[in-house]
Each structure stands twice: as C-alpha cells, then as structure tokens.
Ligand binder design. Structure first.
Ligand code: ADP
Length: 250
C-alpha cells in the first residue's frame, strides 16, 4: 500500500531520516521500533505530509504522494493521529469526533442562511456516527465529558475514534501506549485489531512497549540512525545482532 524509496529528511546538517526504504503491505499492522532518535516520528511526519522530505519518494497504491499536504492525504484515506489539541479540551468527546469530517454544510455560509434543514440532518447523521464509533471503542460513557477531563488512555481511544469518522485506509499511530495503563493499553490493542480485521484498516504503529508490539504487529520494522536496520517478526528482530547493537548503543 505504501512504498518509501530512499527517503531523506535533514534538519540543517542533521540527517534525521537518512535513506529509509520500506514497504507497508495493505491489511497489515506494521510495528515501527528503534532506539530514541532513530527517526521514526520524522519518517511518519514525512509520509503523512506534515514535513517535506529533503529527497526520496513516497507512493500510495502506486501513486506518488511525496510532499502532498495532510488534508489531501486525509481525503485519500491516509491519516496520522494527533493528540487532541488543547483548545478542543473544553468540547465534549462526542463533539471532538463530530468535528472530524470537514466540509459540513454548517460551515458553508450559503447553507447557514438557506440550508437549515440540511444542516440539522447532517448533524444528526454525524452524531449517530460518533455514537457508533464510541460504542465500537467501548467509550460510550465518556461521550458527554469534556475531552480535557478524560484519562490519557481514553484520549488515545478518542484519537483512534477520530480516524473512524472518515473512511481511513491506513492509519499511522505514534506511541499509543505512552502513559497509558495496562488495561486501557489492551483495550486500545483490541480496538486496533478489530479495526484491522473487521474494517480492513492498515496500521503502522510506533511503540516502545514490546508486549503491545508482540500482541499486535507483524511485520516489525526496526530503524536506527535514520534508516531501516531490519524487518521481520518481533522474534526475528529481537535476535538480530545489528538490532541488539543499535539498542545497546543508546
Ligand atoms: P524517534 O521518533 O525515532 O525517537 P525522531 O524522528 O523524533 O526520532 O528524531 C530523530 C532525530 O531528529 C532526533 O535526534 C531529533 O532530535 C531530530 N529532530 C526531529 N525533529 C527535529 C526538528 N524539527 N529540528 C531538528 N532536529 C529534529
């Protein structure tokens, strides 16, 4: 689904991504691991259009998507999750989900004057969709709470929920497990697995928790110093001497 060819991202003289090449198979849950500073987040940001690459190419289903902005990629079904922005913390969790699909009738001036019925219908459909998403993620009980009040793990589920409000094909998740308790971590893992199996989502997951990676990811790609060091099952990666060296060197 995604092919990355010889990607480079330099910050001044520093090569954060330094010749990374990889493929992501449709239907997979691919894990991206590697020591801190390996370039994982930068790679994500370049693929998702948040950063422009210095050189190299990214393809999605054979189409060159290098340097396309996030909103264009969003419409192609490529999404990167982001933390719920501080300014949306005072909105309810349901409202945070309802905001996701852009271009709603209510946002168009003409419709705010003449299309009240259409706006009402659209809002009803969005609310139903948001409720369905929260039920899938087993977070119906937080629907009316302000997003700023819920726990770290619930926020992560909400971030995942945002991808379900549109027709995502491939979702990039950056450190879903950071600061999340074990029970919620497994709920998140379960939601990812069900989205993959039941809705055909492809996932790429950056995660430090090896238990989480082991439950969920095949294959696993290990990066170090801006490039791909190894790829395989987690067991193969763990036994790879270059990987061991890279982790010990940090
Ligand atoms: P990882 O996600 O694997 O920990 P990152 O992609 O976050 O690695 O970072 C890779 C390297 O690039 C790090 O050394 C980091 O300090 C550097 N880096 C990331 N973003 C920037 C930036 N905007 N400006 C300068 N250096 C950056």
């Amino acid at each position: 689904m995604i092919t990355v060819e010889d990607l480079h991202k330099h910050f001044g003289g520093f090569h954060a991504v330094d010749g990374a090449s990889l493929t992501i198979e449709a239907g997979s849950i691919t894990g991206l691991i590697g020591p801190n500073g390996a370039g994982k987040t930068t790679l994500f940001n370049v693929i998702a259009g948040v950063l422009e690459p210095t050189s190299g190419r990214v393809f999605m289903d054979g189409e060159d998507i290098t340097g396309l902005p996030p909103h264009t990629l969003f419409h192609k079904g490529l999404l990167r999750t982001f933390q719920i922005a501080h300014e949306f913390g005072s909105m309810t969790c349901r409202e945070n989900l309802m905001m996701v699909p852009g271009d709603q009738a209510g946002e168009r001036l003409w419709d705010t004057w003449f299309g009240r019925k259409r706006i009402a219908n659209e809002e009803r459909a969005l609310k139903a969709k948001a409720d369905e998403v929260m039920e899938f993620l087993t977070i119906e009980h937080i629907a009316d709470l302000r997003a700023g009040q819920v726990s770290g793990g619930q926020k992560k589920l909400l971030e995942l929920g945002r991808t379900m409000m549109v027709d995502a094909k491939i979702v990039f998740l950056d450190e879903v497990g950071a600061g999340v308790n074990r029970t919620l971590l497994y709920t998140i893992a379960d939601a990812i697995k069900r989205l993959n199996e039941e809705r055909g989502y492809t996932f790429v997951v950056i995660e430090h928790d090896m238990d989480f990676i082991e439950r969920l990811c095949d294959p696993v790609i290990c990066m170090a110093e801006g490039a791909v060091l190894a790829e395989g099952t987690l067991a193969e990666i763990k036994a790879n001497e270059h990987v061991i060296e890279a982790y010990l060197g940090t």
